[in-house]
Design a protein around this ligand. Structure first.
Ligand code: 13P
Length: 236
């Protein structure tokens, strides 16, 4: 299974370092062999050497090696930290930062060409969910436009926008139905994200086609993230 933490704009360099030490020790002591991904803010990337199954990724980057793109980070800067995992298409980048599908597809093409493991996010807003599963799938599949769904280092995260940071996770039935339809289209591992917490981790990980979770808020506390990794181990 894949257990991923998205820090968003939380944690400092110092607190990320302490977090990684605690997490690394926990994973080792508990013998956890599931894949653990951590996406800290770009200021807290580290040249880390950890177990193969714990990987640090970047939350966003610009699809260029280097150049004049004020405020952006390119491949040369990421490579310095040995980072080979990236999150692309997160709903906060789509809806708050205004990234278009075309820009997202360019980013995907660039970082897949560079051999990155890509966690690619899709998910519908509330008004689309209210229209029913057909509208949901139409919306989610449109978010694959320009994306090579056969890329071998692709992981897809289904994160309904209305479930992110709201404390209201999608129901198990909604997750299962959406993942099973996504699975007909893309054969990459599928994660669920959106108000995952320790209390619902076990039931979500038990859902058919669900191969992991992408956790925001509840991952910021290292102890709860460790608990989620321990739950994944029990189910593996
Ligand atoms: P929350 O877990 O805070 O709902 O965030 C989910 C998310 O956006 C992970 O990428």
């Amino acid at each position: 299974m894949i257990i991923a933490a998205n820090f968003k704009t939380n944690h400092t360099r110092a607190s990320t370092k302490a977090y990684m030490q605690t997490l690394g020790a926990f994973v080792e002591n508990e013998g956890i062999s599931d894949d653990i991904l951590v996406f800290p803010p770009a200021t807290a990337l580290e040249h880390i050497i950890t177990d193969d199954n714990i990987r640090m990724g970047i939350q966003n980057a610009y699809p260029v090696e280097k150049g004049s793109f004020t405020g952006e980070v390119g491949l040369e800067q990421i490579a310095e930290f040995g980072i080979k995992t990236i999150l692309i298409g997160h709903s906060e980048r789509r809806h708050i930062l205004g990234e278009s599908q075309e820009e997202i597809a360019k980013k995907f093409a660039y970082f897949s060409e560079a051999g990155f493991e890509i966690v690619y996010c899709v998910g519908e807003p509330k008004e689309v969910r209210e229209e029913g599963i057909e509208a949901v799938m139409q919306y989610n599949l449109a978010q694959f436009e320009g994306i090579d769904i056969h890329y071998d280092k692709l992981i897809v995260a289904y994160e309904p926008v209305w479930a992110i940071g709201t404390g209201l996770s999608a129901s198990n039935e909604q997750i299962e139905e959406t993942l099973s339809k996504l699975q007909e289209y893309v054969s990459a591992p599928l994660l669920y994200g959106g108000s995952v917490k320790v209390a619902n981790t076990k039931e979500i990980l038990a859902i058919k086609h669900c191969e992991g979770i992408l956790v925001g808020t509840a991952s910021w506390d290292v102890n709860s993230f460790c608990e989620m990794a321990a739950i994944a181990k029990q189910l593996s």
